[in-house]
Design a binder for this molecule. Structure first.
Ligand code: NDP
Ligand code: 8X3
Length: 257
């Protein structure tokens, strides 16, 4: 049975990487997809590609999840036929820098916390009440293996993903008496633009991070998101951790030299 066809899905951070792959996977399954990020030109290109490839209905919307007002207004002002969001994928996020906590860049901390934690909260606060009123909905948060255990020089990023873990549990608890499902997907190493962003445009350092290991792709994570959205409606995938075969935990990684 096709449980995704015709559903309205909103994906944050859909201009690149995991978010873009999720948008594509939902479009391929016949969902209508609202794709959002800070870069409208990139979103329009994704919309054109996906509507051409799958004859899918795609709505590109510029949205910086760090802005509480923008989140509220964007969700409130969606065109009538896009308002009933069935599935929210809270994917927008980033890591900035790799530094010891006591030497860290405080501006980078603010950006990670504002995006990964507050942005996810603003989106959930804006979208979930409609799901409750309509009696249907699923929130899929993109956490990380970094949220399970801290690693050296990544304390604040790890803390934001740990918050995603706790907030996923909290929303699941607070909607336990409602037909709302909450899923936290926790990927390990995925080769996207993530490390280029983390290393502030140093592409050599970014690609070096994946040397000696076959990392996951955005499409690998989109597969797990689709799985969590495809199970029968009485089934809730609460948490799913997915790593490359040579990554055992967030910190135990085998790389061929
Ligand atoms: P990418 O850098 O490829 O994609 C990040 C996406 O987030 C982009 O579309 C970017 O779009 C968007 N974004 C960033 N800041 C904002 C913002 N303030 N408002 C709206 N959109 C924003 O990285 P990934 O695809 O790898 O990352 C996606 C998620 O997956 C993140 O939450 C990340 O923490 C998580 N993750 C990644 C892993 C990895 O190894 N790659 C592993 C585990 C989790 P734009 O710049 O256009 O706004
Ligand atoms: C991203 C995974 O280990 O590169 O969340 O920080 S890691």
């Amino acid at each position: 049975m096709d449980r995704i066809k015709g559903k309205t899905v909103l994906v944050t951070g859909a201009s690149s990487g995991i978010g873009k792959a999720c948008a594509e996977a939902f479009a391929e399954k016949g969902a209508r997809v609202i794709i959002t990020s800070r870069t409208l030109t990139a979103l329009k290109a994704v919309a054109e590609e996906l509507s051409g490839k799958y004859a899918a209905e795609i709505l590109p919307v510029e949205l910086d999840v760090r802005s509480r007002e923008a989140v509220q207004q964007t969700v409130a002002n969606l065109p009538a036929e896009w308002k009933a969001i069935d599935i929210l994928v809270n994917n927008a996020g980033l890591a900035l820098g790799l530094e010891k906590l006591h030497e860290g860049n405080i501006d980078d901390w603010e950006t990670m916390i504002d995006t990964n934690v507050k942005g996810l909260l603003y989106m959930s606060r804006a979208v979930v009440p409609g799901m409750v009123d309509r009696g249907y909905g699923q929130v899929i948060n993109i956490g990380s293996t970094a949220g399970i255990q801290a690693y050296a020089n990544g304390g604040v990023y790890c803390a934001t993903k740990s918050a995603v873990h706790v907030l996923s549990d909290a929303l699941r608890i607070d909607t336990v008496d409602k037909p709302i499902r909450v899923t936290n997907i926790q990927p390990g190493m995925v080769e996207t633009n993530f490390s280029v962003v983390r290393f502030k445009g140093d592409t050599e350092r970014a690609s070096g991070f994946y040397k000696g290991i076959k990392p996951l792709s955005g499409a690998d994570i989109a597969d797990t998101v689709i799985y969590a959205a495809s199970v029968p409606e009485h089934v809730q995938i609460t948490e799913l951790t997915v790593t490359p075969i040579n990554q055992a935990t967030g910190t135990v990684i085998y790389k061929e030299s």
